[in-house]
Structure formats: structure tokens, C-alpha cells
Design a protein around this ligand. Structure first.
Ligand code: ATP
Ligand code: MG
Ligand code: MG
Ligand code: MG
Length: 352
């Protein structure tokens, strides 16, 4: 019997396009003898569309963007899409291949919980806490994880008195600093600032994507990442280092230029690896993660590590960091997907 896998992708998020790339890669990597793949496309407008059953590879991303002809309003459609005429027709598992808000943030996970369907990756709590950089950092601080200083604002606070906001950043954080939307990924809306003028622009930019923003101390450090895989007993991959050719690892460097170097494994000492390994597991557990995360660190010259963030649904094409890290650890892309499916099933069964 094939595993009936519902693949959810696209999404109402600034990371919609990234998700499409990932879906294409996952569909083509899955063993079609083992899996029956049911694509479910979420348009940028939030409409959900069920595509035709896939029994082989797909050529292009465009082929995954079904027309809105069949679409119903999302509230009506989302649950009905998962409803089966009889129990045997229901999905065995859902793979939410969604990045950013409305997908990586616990919303879709909550829907799947209500529908009592097993799904791949993090649950509601870890997804939502991991999506909001302020909440995530507060939890990390409580767990004693080392991180850079940060402050945060909501839009209305800034609109009321923007000068005080800038002054607070200058007093508590200083330059250079990074201004980020609290709930996003792929570096969308992020700016590095070296003076007041840039700070003002960065606030405006980040507030276009979120009602809440975070400002962090900029560190001069190497960027080293680890993949974490598992449920209650997670394991880490080897490390990978990102060496962007530009100021920082921005959206363009991630998805358009392709001349950012990924060095796997990163050239770090055994002590540094052990340090990062321990911190990554601690971060995973502090958010009560399950399935997977990619833990991103800053590593300074003198061997100090700061956690930057975890991503509860990291970039997942075969050329993305997370799958590459596991490949170098001995888990090939198709096996990685199967392992995630298994972990999703196990978590579901444990809760029953
Ligand atoms: P992802 O695609 O990994 O989800 P994101 O949108 O969540 O990314 P961050 O990882 O927080 O964004 O930041 C993007 C990049 O900006 C980092 O990879 C790094 O290059 C740079 N950066 C972010 N914060 C800092 C900081 N405090 N100091 C130095 N560089 C930083
Ligand atoms: Mg992120
Ligand atoms: Mg992300
Ligand atoms: Mg990141």
C-alpha cells in the first residue's frame, strides 16, 4: 500500500516562491512506488486548490500552480480539501512545505491538529514560537542560550513616537545593527544599518512586512548552521558555513545570485563543533521542536557562539543548506524526506 501524502505548498507569505521550488524538488525526489502524492497549492491570495494526483516527476514550477477555477473561499475549502468520502480515502500524512507566516508559523499545523491528521515537521507551539523572532529569543534567553542584544517595537508604538524608538536602538544596541520583521524568513525585509538615516529607512522597510520588528546588535562572525533531526531524541548533522559575497546573506544572495559559498562541513575545531551541537539541541528542546529545525549560529574569531535563530521549516530544495548538511552526514535527500514522514507519524501515534 502506498503512503497517501498530501503536499501543501505555495502559501500566503512573502516566501511563496521559495516554497514552490521546494515542492518541485520534493515531488521529484519522492519514490512514486512508495508514495501517492496529492498536491495542494495555496495561492498567494490564500485560496487552496487541490491539484491532480501525481504519479511521476513534474517538469516546472508553473505546472504546480493550478488555476483558481476550482477554488472556493479558503475558509470553506481548507477543511473540505482534507475530507474524504470514507476513512480509507483520507491522507496518511500531510507535508506542509510552507515557509513564513501562514504555514511555518503554526496556523496550518493547528488546522491539521483539528483535522486529526498526521503531518511532517514541527507542531503548533514550536512553529509559532519559532516564527516570531522576539518570542523565540525570549525563550532562548530563558534557556540560557547565548545571543546578541535585541530590542523590539510594534508599529503603533513607533508611529506614536518614532524618535524615541530610534534613540532606544542607539542607546541599547548601537551600530551596526540589523532591523528585521519579527515574523518572516529568507531575509525578506531585513536591513543592516550603520547610521540614523539607514535606521529610519530600515524601520519603514521592516514595518511593511510585519506589525512587529526586532533590532539586533550586528556581530562580526562566521555564520555556521546545523541541521537537527528527530523528536524526543534529536540528532545534529555536520556543520555548514555560509560565506556570502555581499554585506550579509540577503534574499538575493539566498535565491538569485548563487555565488554565496556553502562550505560543508565548516572548518571549525572539534570543541567548536561540540559547543554548537549542544546549543542546537538545547534550542530544539527549548521550543519543544519535533521533526526538524535548522539552527543558525554566529561564531566569532575567539570561539564564542551566539544563536541567531532556528527555522522550523528551513529551505528544502536539494541545494538548500538543510538537505546538504544531512547529505554530508550520510542521509540522502529521498531518505531525509522519508525519515521526516516517519517522525511525523511517530509523533502522531505518540499523542493518540
Ligand atoms: P532564513 O532564511 O534563515 O529564515 P531570516 O529571514 O530568518 O532568514 P536571519 O537569519 O535572521 O533572517 O538573518 C539573515 C541574515 O542576516 C543572516 O544569515 C546574516 O547574514 C545576517 N544577520 C542577521 N542578524 C545578524 C546579526 N545580528 N549580526 C550579523 N549578521 C546578521
Ligand atoms: Mg529564519
Ligand atoms: Mg526561514
Ligand atoms: Mg537565517
Amino acid at each position: 500500500m502506498k503512503t497517501k501524502l498530501g503536499l501543501l505548498y505555495g502559501g500566503k507569505s512573502a516566501e511563496h516562491k521559495v516554497s514552490l521550488q521546494t515542492a518541485l524538488a520534493v515531488i521529484n525526489a519522492l519514490d512514486h512506488e512508495k508514495f501517492e502524492i496529492h498536491p495542494i497549492f495555496i495561492m498567494e491570495t490564500g485560496e487552496w486548490i487541490k491539484g491532480p494526483l501525481l504519479d511521476g516527476p513534474v517538469e516546472t514550477v508553473a505546472a504546480l500552480q493550478f488555476s483558481r477555477g476550482e477554488a472556493l473561499p479558503p475558509t470553506a475549502l481548507a477543511p473540505t480539501l482534507f475530507q474524504a468520502e470514507n476513512k480509507n480515502e483520507s491522507f496518511d500524512i500531510i507535508f506542509p512545505l510552507l515557509h513564513g507566516p501562514n504555514g511555518e508559523d503554526g496556523t496550518v499545523q493547528g488546522l491539521l491538529e483539528l483535522l486529526n491528521l498526521p503531518y511532517v515537521g514541527n507542531g503548533v507551539l514550536a512553529s509559532s514560537a519559532g516564527m516570531d523572532k522576539v518570542i523565540m529569543k525570549n525563550i532562548f534567553a530563558q534557556a540560557g542560550l547565548p545571543q546578541v542584544n535585541y530590542v523590539w517595537f510594534i508599529r503603533s508604538e513607533w508611529e506614536q513616537d518614532n524618535n524615541s524608538a530610534y534613540e532606544k536602538v542607539e542607546a541599547e544596541i548601537g551600530y551596526p545593527c540589523f532591523v528585521k520583521p519579527a515574523n518572516l524568513g529568507s531575509s525578506v525585509g531585513i536591513s543592516k544599518c550603520s547610521n540614523r538615516e539607514e535606521l529610519v529607512e530600515a524601520f519603514k522597510e521592516a514595518f511593511q512586512f510585519d506589525r512587529k520588528i526586532i533590532i539586533e546588535e550586528g556581530v562580526i562572525a562566521r555564520e555556521v548552521e546545523l541541521g537537527v533531526l528527530g523528536n524526543d531524541n534529536p540528532e545534529c548533522s555536520v556543520t555548514g558555513e555560509i560565506i556570502p559575497k555581499v554585506e550579509f546573506y540577503d534574499y538575493k544572495a539566498k535565491y538569485e545570485d548563487g555565488d554565496t559559498a556553502l562550505v560543508i562541513p565548516a572548518e571549525i575545531t572539534k570543541d567548536e563543533y561540540e559547543l554548537l551541537y549542544g546549543l542546537a539541541i538545547k534550542a530544539f528542546k527549548s521550543l519543544d521542536c519535533s521533526g526538524l529545525v535548522r539552527a543558525d549560529f554566529f561564531l566569532t574569531k575567539d570561539g564564542k557562539a551566539y544563536i541567531n535563530e532556528v527555522n522550523t521549516m528551513p529551505g528544502f530544495t536539494p541545494f538548500s543548506m538543510f538537505p546538504l548538511l544531512w547529505k554530508h552526514t550520510g542521509v540522502e535527500y529521498p531518505q531525509l524526506i522519508e525519515r521526516l514522514v516517519k517522525l511525523g507519524m511517530e509523533r502522531y501515534e505518540e499523542k493518540q
